[in-house]
Design a protein around this ligand. Structure first.
Ligand code: TYD
Length: 134
């Protein structure tokens, strides 16, 4: 279910540069946003998307991402290094737990913000996931 992507790390004088080539995303990036200033311990997300595809990065701090496919599989990944990206496809119920202060969640998304693409009710999500898998 989970697809971890490795960023290229370039160590130059007094800096580290992290590079992720566009073709590794598997989709055209339509939008970029980030979430910051979240208190440690807060768990965000609690939704799935019908079509949206995303790559999540945590360039600073640590965030635990848990993905549930609604069909019995649930996997957690701690994004705690800028070198790691996580591809999150559609029909996955996600939660993101802030583990460290000042953690930053950077998201590359395949679509603009579309409120109707969200599934925020877990029972509806389970039905959606079952239908998708048929
Ligand atoms: P949401 O995606 O639920 O955040 P998280 O996954 O971190 O819990 O978004 C939180 C709120 O912000 C929700 O009311 C929708 C709104 N929002 C926008 O208006 N535009 C956006 O691009 C995003 C990502 C969220």
């Amino acid at each position: 279910m989970e697809k971890l992507l490795q960023l290229q790390k370039i160590t130059s004088e007094e800096a580290r540069i992290f590079v992720f080539e566009g073709e590794k995303f598997g989709f055209d990036v339509k939008r970029i946003y980030f979430t910051r200033d979240v208190p440690v311990g807060q768990i965000r997300g609690h939704h799935a998307h019908k079509a949206l595809r995303q790559v999540l990065l945590c360039p600073h701090g640590a965030i635990r991402v848990t993905l549930d496919d609604g069909l019995g599989s649930k996997e957690s990944t701690v994004l705690d290094t800028p070198e790691k990206g996580l591809y999150v496809g559609p029909a996955l119920w996600r939660t993101m737990e802030w583990l460290k202060p000042e953690s930053l969640l950077l998201v590359f998304a395949s679509q603009n913000y579309i409120a109707e693409d969200y599934i925020r009710d877990y029972d509806l999500f389970l039905r959606f996931a079952r239908n998708q898998s048929k």
